[in-house]
Ligand binder design. Structure first.
Ligand SMILES: C[S@@+](CC[C@H](N)C(=O)[O-])C[C@H]1O[C@@H](n2cnc3c(N)ncnc32)[C@H](O)[C@@H]1O
Length: 209
């Protein structure tokens, strides 16, 4: 399976119809967390099973992974987890998704593809336009979580988010993890790999003010 997909390819211009919260979750009133670039969704399965009073939604650009994840949700009859296939940037930009972004309590970008070459920076998921949409639609008090093992990417994401005055960086110690989407501090697959291989992990948390 291809590891890197060019998100700017016209293959992703069309986005699938976004189901309503009622269609996606058993109890649409629960807090909602969105994970961008969730791969096969292992992290979200762990979260959804361990934290049943939150709803979890993953967006992933590799269609086969999303198909498998959706089948697994059905098979295991998990009621607080859902997946959407596509380029997250196009999905978040689409009017259909407004209700999702307005409902979010938090959004995570875990180990996004770094796209190291300067001419590929525009393929990075975090872009000023995406952050502007999030800042317009997300509720006050909602959070953005970013995590990476690439220092330059952290700096790039941090400066992009911090340039938007509606988001303020907060200290980890000021976050009440018990109230967050990840109270047990579960790890993503890339995070487990980074820990196993002794790589540095950089993370930042922002609050919408
Ligand atoms: C390095 S992997 C990290 C996976 C997972 N978040 C983790 O921490 O283990 C990045 C993931 O983001 C997905 N991705 C990259 N660009 C994307 C985009 N524009 N929209 C949705 N998913 C994207 C990739 O297909 C890949 O699964």
């Amino acid at each position: 399976m291809r590891q890197h997909v060019n998100p700017l390819s016209s293959n992703f211009d069309q986005i699938e119809k976004i189901p309503s919260l009622m269609q996606m979750f058993d109890d649409p009133k629960l807090n909602l967390h969105l994970d961008i670039g969730c791969a096969a969704g292992d992290f979200l399965f762990d979260l959804a099973l361990s934290n049943t009073h939150w709803n979890y939604l993953g967006i992933e650009i590799r269609e086969r992974l999303v198909k498998t994840a959706k089948s697994k949700v059905e098979e295991k009859e998990i009621k607080n987890l859902s997946f959407i296939f596509g380029n997250a940037s196009n999905i978040i930009n689409d009017f259909q998704s407004e209700f999702i972004i307005k409902t979010l309590k938090s959004i995570s970008f875990n180990f996004p593809d770094p796209w190291f070459k300067k001419r590929h920076y525009k393929r990075r998921i975090i872009q000023p336009n995406l952050i502007n949409i999030l800042s317009t639609l997300m509720q006050k008090g909602s959070h953005i979580f970013i995590k990476t093992d690439v220092r330059d990417l952290l700096d790039y994401m941090d400066s992009t988010i911090s340039s938007n005055l509606n988001f303020k960086k907060i200290d980890n110690k000021d976050l009440h993890y018990s109230d967050s989407f990840n109270p047990n501090k579960l790890q993503t697959n890339r995070e487990k790999y980074a820990i196993l291989n002794d790589l540095d992990i950089f993370e930042s948390i922002y609050i919408k003010i």
